[in-house]
Every structure is written in structure tokens, then in C-alpha cells.
Design a protein around this ligand. Structure first.
Ligand code: FAD
Length: 338
């Protein structure tokens, strides 16, 4: 019999990854995923989905390396399996290029991706504004396919899904023993976390099937990521900007910047434009706490605030969140014995 009731709040890539990890690893828990928005309406759905990361300032580097590697290895196994087209996960090779030689020439994730090396002079010739570059193979995970695929996997493991908005954690504290908070930017109001803020991102999808390699400017603002059905070009990083509507000036700026890197893009047809708000925080919050809710101390596991790297770190942080749920279960057993 299932004895412990777990609710995961959030149906983006963090919520579904966490829910699948818990449901598959802990068959004695009954797991419900609750959210007001599901695919294709989450932030995760529009993310370019390239596996890549920058360092968070206050999290031990070893832990960040683990998050990246666990996610990479999980998605690599999918990319190299028969599930790849349905899950929207593919290998992607290309270049990250820099106008100035960066201080850190070997990012912390360089050993997790495939074939990381510096670009040769000959390769750099096609980018005359850039002095330095790195070539590697990473993964592109398209969440508009990956989220429905994860949802199927979650249901197969016995998980249940409910669509509703909650205004605070009290609303679910009576019905569940453990609450897992994966509400992204929603955590600002749901748990009153003022450290979470939006970083607005606008991207376009274009038809350019001749492009096979990704190109990312090291400043992180301009990128070209070929995908399964189209090429994602971007972008913008506008802090504390809550606008969800497409900005025509941003569209023009993206097209100009990307065509400078890849002139053939002037011939590409724009298929769609999209805006999303990255759930940013100085460091993602992956931790547990006991919260006093309706006269009871309820274990809450938080997993949110991944900023521009949520697709990259989803599986790794989900495994950490699973570890925190296990700790909650151990403490519950201990309490029951006392
Ligand atoms: C333009 C752009 C490009 C990006 N490119 C990349 C990339 O290449 N690689 C990468 O790794 N990342 C990328 N990202 C970042 C990535 O999209 C995010 O880090 C990731 O989607 C965060 O996932 P999440 O599950 O935390 O949030 P979300 O996808 O926003 O999901 C949050 C969920 O919580 C639910 N929720 C919130 N509040 C409540 C509530 N009160 N009640 C019920 N449900 C609630 C929502 O309905 C939703 O289901 C990009 C982002 C943008 C905007």
C-alpha cells in the first residue's frame, strides 16, 4: 500500500524531472504533480534547450559539476536511444566564440560534454570579429516534446496530475505529507521569495534546414541553435523585465546580430516569435525545510531558481531533490518510532 503522499508543484522541466525521479525511485510514495500551467504553456516549453551553464557564485563547484554531468548523461542516453525523436532530445555540435579571450578558457562542464577543444585559427576565420572559440558536442533538449514525454513516463510510474493554481502552501498541507516546490518564478509569491526575479528572453524560430551547427557568442546574448524541426535564434537577457509580449525591436536586433554570425540567415523564413521569463536567483534553491502550516510542521523540498540553465540542470537537481525527499522520509520514520 502507498503510504506517503507527495505533491510536486510545477509542470515545467524542473517539476516533471523531479516528479519522475521521485515516482520511479520511491514506489511507496503516491506522487501528484500539481500546476496551473502545463506544456505548451510553461517557460520551459520555449527554452532553446541547449545544455550549457555558467557558474553560480555560492554553490560548491563539485555540486554544480554533478548537476551538469547527471543531466548530460541522462539526456545523452535518451539522445542515443529510440526515444530521441519523441522526447525531442538530440546531440548538437558547434562553436562558442569570443570577441576577447575569456579568463576561464576551460568551463567547469568541459569534461562532461563531448570532444571539448579550442577552435583552430582556420575555424576562427569565418568569425572575423572573434578572437577565440571552443568547439564541442552538447545536447539540445526541446521541452515542447520532452515535457509530454516526461509526463507519460510519470504516469507510467503511477503519478497523478492535477491542474490548479495554489496561492500558498497551506492549501495543500492537509492533503499531502511532503511538498516539493518546483514553481520557478511562481516561488516569488507562493513562498514569498524576493530573491527570485525574471530575466526576459525573446527568441525566434526560423526555417533554415541547411544549418547543422550551433553558434553561441560568449556574451550569451546572441545564439543560433539548429533543432529537430527549426532553428532557434536569439536572444535577449533583460533583468527584472516582466513583459511577455514580443518586442519588434528585439526581433530586428536578433535577426541583425545572428545574420552577422551566419549571413545565410538573411534567407531564412521566420516561423514564430516567443518570449519567456527565466526564473533567476543568485543561486538556485535546492534545499529542504520544515514549514509550520495549519498547526503542523510539514517537510518542504525546494527546487527552483535555475535562471537560464533550467533545462541543463533539471535532471541533476531533480536527483538532489529526490535525495532530500528521502531524508524527509527517514525523519518521518524516526518520528513515528519515537
Ligand atoms: C528565451 C529563453 C531561452 C532559454 N534557453 C535555455 C537553454 O538553452 N538552456 C537551458 O538550460 N535553459 C534555458 N532557458 C531557461 C529555462 O527555460 C528555465 O530555466 C526553465 O524553464 C525553468 O524551469 P521551471 O520548471 O523552473 O519553470 P517553468 O517552466 O516556468 O515552470 C514553472 C511551473 O510552476 C507552476 N506554478 C508556478 N506557480 C504556481 C502556483 N502558485 N500554483 C500552481 N502552479 C504554479 C507553473 O504553472 C509551471 O507549471 C531559457 C529561457 C528562456 C526564457
Amino acid at each position: 500500500m502507498k503510504s506517503v503522499r507527495v505533491v510536486v508543484v510545477g509542470a515545467g522541466v524542473i517539476g516533471f524531472s523531479t516528479a519522475v525521479c521521485i515516482a520511479e525511485a520511491l514506489p511507496l510514495c503516491s506522487v501528484t504533480l500539481l500546476a496551473d500551467k502545463f506544456s505548451p504553456e510553461t517557460t520551459s516549453d520555449g527554452a532553446a534547450g541547449i545544455l550549457f551553464a555558467a557558474k553560480f557564485p555560492d554553490i560548491p563547484l563539485e555540486r554544480q559539476k554533478c548537476w551538469f554531468k547527471d543531466s548530460f548523461d541522462h539526456l545523452l542516453a535518451i539522445a542515443q536511444s529510440q526515444h530521441s525523436p519523441e522526447a525531442g532530445v538530440m546531440l548538437s555540435s558547434g562553436w562558442q566564440i569570443f570577441k576577447e579571450v575569456p579568463a576561464d578558457k576551460k568551463p567547469f562542464w568541459s569534461e562532461s560534454v563531448i570532444g571539448f577543444r579550442n577552435m583552430t585559427e582556420a575555424e576562427l576565420k569565418r568569425f572575423p570579429d572573434h578572437k577565440f572559440g571552443q568547439a564541442f558536442t552538447t545536447i539540445k533538449c526541446e521541452c515542447s516534446s520532452y515535457l509530454p514525454w516526461l509526463e507519460k513516463r510519470f504516469r507510467k510510474a503511477g503519478g497523478k496530475v492535477e491542474q490548479r493554481k495554489i496561492n500558498n502552501l497551506q492549501e495543500v498541507s492537509h492533503s499531502y505529507d511532503i511538498i516539493v516546490n518546483c514553481s520557478g518564478l511562481g516561488s516569488k509569491t507562493l513562498v514569498g521569495d524576493n530573491m527570485v526575479y525574471p530575466v526576459r528572453g525573446q527568441v525566434l524560430k526560423v526555417e533554415a534546414p541547411w544549418l547543422q551547427h550551433f553558434i553561441r557568442d560568449g556574451d550569451g546574448k546572441t545564439y543560433i541553435y539548429p533543432g529537430i524541426h527549426s532553428v532557434t535564434v536569439g536572444g535577449t537577457r533583460q533583468e527584472d523585465d516582466w513583459r511577455l509580449q514580443v518586442d519588434e525591436e528585439d526581433t530586428q536586433s536578433i535577426l541583425v546580430r545572428c545574420s552577422r554570425l551566419e549571413p545565410s540567415l538573411t534567407k531564412a523564413k521566420v516561423l514564430s516569435e516567443w518570449v519567456g521569463l527565466r526564473p533567476s536567483r543568485r543561486n538556485p534553491r535546492v534545499e529542504r525545510e520544515l514549514v509550520q502550516l495549519q498547526g503542523r510542521r510539514v517537510p518542504v523540498v525546494h527546487n527552483y531558481g535555475h535562471g537560464g540553465w533550467g533545462v541543463t540542470l533539471a535532471w541533476g537537481t531533480a536527483l538532489d531533490a529526490l535525495g532530500l525527499v528521502r531524508q524527509c522520509l527517514r525523519e518521518k520514520q524516526l518520528q513515528a518510532k519515537l
